[in-house]
Design a binder for this molecule. Structure first.
Ligand code: ADP
Length: 150
C-alpha cells in the first residue's frame, strides 16, 4: 500500500442494535483510518429484533456529523464487501476471550483467502459487559436499556 492510498476499514456487524460498546470502538479507531464503513450484514436466515433500515438510520444519526464514517448494508461475505469498497482492513472489537476465540479463525481465514487484514481493539473496561443481545433481552421484557445505547 503506498503512502497516498486511503486507509479504509469496514466495521461489520449486526448492530441489532448499535450499543455504546460499538460506538466506543468506532471512535477509538477513527485516528487509524481515513474512512470507516460501518457495514450491517443482512442475513435473511437470521432473526433480528430491529429492521435493517431502522438499524441503519440509528447508526447514521449517531455519526451524522462525521465525514470519515459511512454506513452501508451488505449481503454475503464480509471480505467480498471489503473488495467492492476497496477496504484493506476489517475492524472488530474484543470484549473477552470468547470474542477472541471466535474472531481468531475468521481473521486468519480472511487473511489467507482474501488478503484482508483484521484490526482489533480491546473494549474499554466500562463497555466490555455490553452486548446487543443483552439490549434485546431487556427490550423484550420492556426494560429500560437507554444506559447501554447511544
Ligand atoms: P456480530 O453479529 O458480527 O457479532 P455485533 O453487532 O454483535 O455483530 O458486533 C460487531 C462488532 O462489535 C464485533 O467485533 C463485536 O465484538 C464488537 N462489539 C460488540 N459489543 C462490543 C462492546 N461492548 N465492546 C467492544 N466491542 C464490541
Amino acid at each position: 500500500m503506498s503512502n497516498t492510498t486511503k486507509k479504509i476499514a469496514v466495521f461489520p456487524g449486526s448492530f441489532d442494535p448499535i450499543t455504546l460498546g460499538h460506538v466506543d470502538i468506532i471512535n477509538r479507531a477513527l485516528p487509524l483510518f481515513d474512512t470507516i464503513i460501518i457495514a450491517i450484514g443482512s442475513n435473511a436466515a437470521k432473526k433480528h429484533m430491529w429492521a435493517l433500515e431502522d438499524r441503519k438510520a440509528a447508526i447514521e444519526k449517531v455519526f451524522a456529523n462525521n465525514q470519515a464514517i459511512k454506513v452501508d448494508t451488505y449481503e454475503g461475505l464480509t471480505a467480498d464487501f471489503c473488495k467492492k469498497e476497496g477496504a484493506q482492513f476489517i475492524l472488530r472489537g474484543l470484549r473477552n476471550q470468547t470474542d477472541f476465540a471466535y474472531e481468531q479463525n475468521i481473521a486468519q481465514a480472511n487473511d489467507k483467502v482474501n488478503a484482508v487484514d483484521s484490526v482489533f481493539l480491546i473494549s474499554s473496561p466500562e463497555h466490555s459487559f455490553i452486548s446487543s443481545s443483552i439490549v434485546r433481552d431487556i427490550a423484550r421484557n420492556n426494560g429500560d436499556f437507554s444506559a447501554l445505547v447511544p
